[in-house]
Write a protein that binds this ligand. Structure first.
Ligand code: FNR
Length: 366
């Protein structure tokens, strides 16, 4: 049953990806163009630091799959692309392995193909401490992602709606493993309140996993034959909304959910994310063109990231947070409704060069 489900998730995720050119929530984040802001590209470094870690690039392949022969092959190809481009990578949920050790190779292939890379194991919050140790050990993982997916479990025909023990479960897992624990959503977003709670549980970074890309309410609705929950298809916080809601909180933020192209990644970094995760878009490239197409696409993204950073005058991913950004449209409405003060961090002084305002409301006096 699980292997069939894993294959169905891949098939349905591919079917709903409509490429990098469709509109998305990240369009509500606009860089203000400053024609003299640029720097020499030779000064740009893509290295990013958070939670005591250093990654060579602010981009990673986010959790997707494993547990069946087909998804094991996908994991192998994703890991080869990660190795060829230096990207950190996460496997999909390793609960199939915990239930059936015969599926171990479909996950372990990620470490086999990316022996010196940053590899993240992935589990749900119901996993026990010993299970978490087994998952980390199989991959010799550098970090453990725990996914929160209450909406998916609700819509999933065979979902498990025992959510009440998740917080204590996370705390126990943090205590049990000797690698940093990150928590991620699967496309419905983490609010600022949730991120603060995660900090109290000992989590080291939060991947906001917001709405705007792969939609697991739709995927699970597509797997239902009756009593569907299609009215939940628009549920959740968008990725930029999460970043603004959780900004300045207790944890470093990672961004994923609906990243279509390098500009989206830069938008997330400008809103304070330390790195940006991609799933659906990379899966589609792999599906269409194979592993060489995916490696080429990732190299192209990295090349464009540094080119655009030079254009924007940001020598590092962290420096993007000093760029002038406009928050418009639905995202601006969200900020107003949540009482998020977009001008609170203003350091701009008209007529004086230097660090510029982090975030402007559209229409703010300059
Ligand atoms: C996922 N995602 C996911 N996340 C997770 O934590 N554990 C998992 O097992 C899976 N499985 C999975 C399968 C497939 C086929 C896809 C496409 C995605 C969710 C993923 O990590 C990410 O949070 C969402 O896909 C949103 O990002 P994108 O796809 O919009 O870039």
């Amino acid at each position: 049953m699980t292997t069939t489900r894993k294959d169905a998730h891949v098939r349905l995720a591919l079917a709903q990806n409509d490429g990098p050119h469709h509109p998305g929530p990240l369009d509500d984040v606009e860089f203000v163009h400053h024609a003299l802001a640029g720097i020499d590209r030779s000064r740009v470094s893509l290295t990013t630091r958070f939670a005591g870690l250093e990654w060579p690039v602010p981009l990673y392949i986010n959790a997707m799959t494993g547990g069946s022969e087909r998804t094991g092959q996908i994991n192998r190809d994703l890991a080869i692309a990660a190795r060829e481009t230096g990207l950190p990578i996460a496997t999909g949920s390793m609960s199939p392995y915990l239930r059936d050790s015969g599926t171990a190779h479909t996950f372990a292939v990620v470490r086999d193909e990316h022996p010196t890379g940053f590899v993240m194991a992935n589990l749900n919050a119901s996993a026990g401490p010993e299970e978490a140790r087994r998952a980390v050990s199989l991959l010799r993982a550098d970090a453990l992602q725990i996914h929160l997916n209450a909406v998916q479990e609700t819509v999933m025909p065979e979902g498990d709606c025992a959510f009440g023990a998740w917080s204590t479960g996370i705390e126990r897992i943090v205590a049990a493993v000797d690698v940093p624990v990150f928590v991620k959503e699967v496309g419905f977003g983490l609010s600022g309140r949730t991120v603060d709670l995660l900090a109290e549980l000992g989590v080291r970074a939060a991947d906001v996993g917001g709405r705007g890309g792969t939609n697991f309410a739709r995927i699970e609705n597509d797997r239902r034959s009756r009593a569907d929950y299609t009215y939940l298809n628009g549920w959740g916080l968008t990725t930029p909304a999460c970043l603004l809601d959780a900004r300045g909180g207790a944890l470093p933020l990672l961004a994923s959910g609906g990243i279509r192209h390098p500009l989206d990644a830069l938008r997330c970094l400008a809103l304070g994310a330390k790195a940006v995760g991609v799933s659906g878009e990379f899966l589609s490239v792999l599906d269409e063109g194979g592993v060489s197409a995916l490696s080429e696409r990732i190299k192209c993204w990295l090349d464009q990231l540094s080119a655009l950073m030079a254009m924007l005058g940001a020598a590092t991913p962290a420096a993007l947070a000093d760029c002038d950004v406009l928050v418009v449209g639905r995202l601006r409405e969200f900020c107003t409704a949540r009482g998020i003060d977009l001008s609170a961090e203003s350091t701009i002084t008209p007529g004086v060069s230097g660090p510029s305002q982090s975030i402007h409301n559209e229409g703010d006096p300059k």
